[in-house]
Design a protein around this ligand. Structure first.
Ligand SMILES: [Zn+2]
Ligand SMILES: [Zn+2]
Length: 254
């Protein structure tokens, strides 16, 4: 099963307050498709509606994964769980997430929905989680404004570098030579004190970890003003790895 091609569908590409909450770009995270079933990563605001517009059957979502509880990554998690189970009629979905997103003081998953999950598992650094054909490893716990946040490795193919301040240990803990590396590259320039990745950080990650292809996403206004195509070309030139700028509704095969 794992050798078959997976599709990745980017529902949204917004990062940062202005781009997200003025709907300059969509949010909603991304889907990984495997034989007509889906894993939904970070279902931010609008995911429920965008899935409907794409004609995706909510009942085919096997698994929801949250990298962290921030609203731009989790706003539609409850709607997706409720839709996938058709209001509790079916029992067909699992959730892997940081514990803080599910049972912490600032939890974002509604307690009554937890009973509808087949599997509910919490990440810790280095933990591996499986459900049906899905395998998710929480490879690293990030520094991200005190929110419990994990970088993920999905089905031994797709690295997801979620929101983070750059740390050297990313270069040790993230797997090398992955098929695809999705990097939440929020800023063009590094901003001291703001725990989001910049283009300079992405360049280092790509150079050191040498994925087959990389995708940048989670854009701030600064990135949109620079031009995401231009930034991706610049990264491709500097790293000799194909770097693709994610767009809302972009579909990639991997
Ligand atoms: Zn965040
Ligand atoms: Zn974010």
């Amino acid at each position: 099963m794992r050798n078959l091609k997976n599709k990745i569908i980017f529902l949204g590409t917004a990062g940062g307050r202005i781009v997200t909450f003025n709907l300059i770009k969509r949010s909603g995270g991304f889907l990984v498709e495997d034989s007509g079933h889906y894993l939904h990563v970070d279902p931010g605001p609008g995911a429920f509606v965008y899935l409907h517009h794409l004609g995706i059957d909510y009942k085919k979502i096997d698994l929801v994964v949250l990298s962290h509880l921030h609203l731009d990554h989790s706003a539609d998690v409850n709607t997706i769980l409720e839709s996938a189970t058709n209001g509790g009629k079916y029992r067909n979905i699992s959730l892997f997430a940081p514990k803080s997103a599910v049972i912490g003081e600032d939890r974002v998953v509604l307690p009554y929905l937890r009973k509808r999950l087949i599997k509910e598992e919490f990440f810790s650094e280095g933990s591996t989680h499986t459900y049906k054909s899905w395998k998710v490893k929480a490879v690293i716990k990030h520094r991200h404004h005190k929110a419990e946040t994990y970088g993920l490795f999905i089905n031994d193919k797709i690295v997801y570098v979620s929101c983070a301040g750059f740390e050297e240990r990313m270069l040790e803990l993230y797997p090398k030579n992955a098929k695809l590396m999705i990097i939440n590259t929020t800023f063009y320039r590094k901003r001291p004190g703001v725990e989001h990745l910049s283009v300079e950080d992405a360049e280092l990650l790509i150079k050191e970890l040498t994925p087959k292809r990389a995708v940048i996403t989670h854009y701030s206004m600064e990135m949109l003003e620079k031009g995401i195509e231009r930034v991706a070309d610049e990264l491709s030139d500097k790293t000799s790895v194909e770097v693709i700028p994610a767009k809302d509704n972009l579909i990639l095969e991997v």
